[in-house]
Ligand binder design. Structure first.
Ligand SMILES: *Cc1c(COP(=O)(O)O)cnc(C)c1O
Length: 275
């Protein structure tokens, strides 16, 4: 979605941004890479960026689901440059300054419900600048005009999202959810940091994700043993993304505090047995 005469600027090739670049190239050339930490295995969030002349927008991915980095502040962007964020994997995990974003999109399936729906939040004036002539299903103006019911929406998914929103309120809102997420992540990062290098975090501490905690061990064999022993202890899904290997603990909103604590304890026990 962009103005025809301008070139999209894409930042932070996290999961999603790489795909966002590929998609943007199909309909809006040229695509300019504003910043990247790819040459350092995406182990940090770039602290500066270089925009193209007259960019249509700047795109960021606020949480890198695969490599485990997260923006812990809303980014500063040059005046007049619309900011678009893929928030799929940390949407509703903490309060954000929504005014900073011209558009936010997030797949429902990480923090707010089952798969099948994408939450899109767009400023009206930005929506008005959308390129025309796109296929209808890709045209947010058409979706907005039709009250998000241009096609039959996935009703069950949306109903479930409604229930999750109520749950967030019952939990005390996003402030409370954010504290919970900090505590959960701290259990696990502490287990990593206090392991004398037995577990190695893959991300610089200040950019560590509170949603996807990535770490490595000395050998792939040890990692495989860790994952299978964890499974025996009732903890699944600890294998890193197939593209990067290693281990990854995802601590989305729905993961209860005791589960994160149990993993940290398991990590300490495993280390005593295998260090
Ligand atoms: C999960 C995720 C998506 C969407 O993934 P699909 O499986 O294609 O629905 C997009 N961006 C980010 C950052 C994600 O974490």
């Amino acid at each position: 979605m962009h103005r025809k005469e301008r070139s999209p600027t894409i930042s932070t090739p996290a999961y999603g941004a790489k795909k966002a670049i590929a998609e943007a190239k199909k309909i809006g050339k040229p695509v300019h890479l504003a910043a990247s930490s790819e040459d350092k295995s995406f182990s940090f969030i770039p602290k500066t960026h270089q925009l193209s002349d007259n960019p249509a927008y700047l795109h960021i991915t606020t949480n890198n689901t695969i490599y485990g980095t997260e923006w812990h502040h809303d980014p500063e962007v040059e005046a007049g440059v619309p900011l678009i964020a893929d928030m799929s994997s940390n949407f509703m995990s903490k309060p954000i300054d929504i005014q900073k974003y011209s558009m936010i999109y997030a797949g429902a399936q990480k923090n707010v419900g089952p798969s099948g729906a994408v939450v899109v939040i767009i400023k009206k004036d930005f929506l008005a600048t959308a390129q025309s002539g796109l296929p209808s299903m890709l045209d947010y103006q058409i979706h907005a005009k039709n009250g998000s019911m241009y096609n039959t929406p996935p009703c069950w998914t949306i109903y479930m999202i409604g229930l999750v929103m109520k749950w967030v309120e019952e939990m005390g809102g996003l402030e409370k959810i954010a504290i919970n997420n900090q505590v959960k992540a701290k259990y696990i990062y502490d287990a990593i940091d206090e392991s004398n290098g037995f577990y190695k975090g893959t991300v610089v501490p200040e950019d560590r994700s509170l949603m996807n905690i990535t770490f490595r061990m000395a050998t792939e064999e040890l990692e495989a043993l860790f994952i299978s022993e964890a499974k025996k202890a009732g903890m699944i899904g600890l294998k890193g993304h197939r593209d990067v290997g290693g281990c990854r603990a995802s601590t989305y909103n729905s993961l209860p505090l005791p589960a994160a604590h149990a993993l940290a304890e398991f990590m300490k026990d495993f280390m005593v047995k295998h260090a």
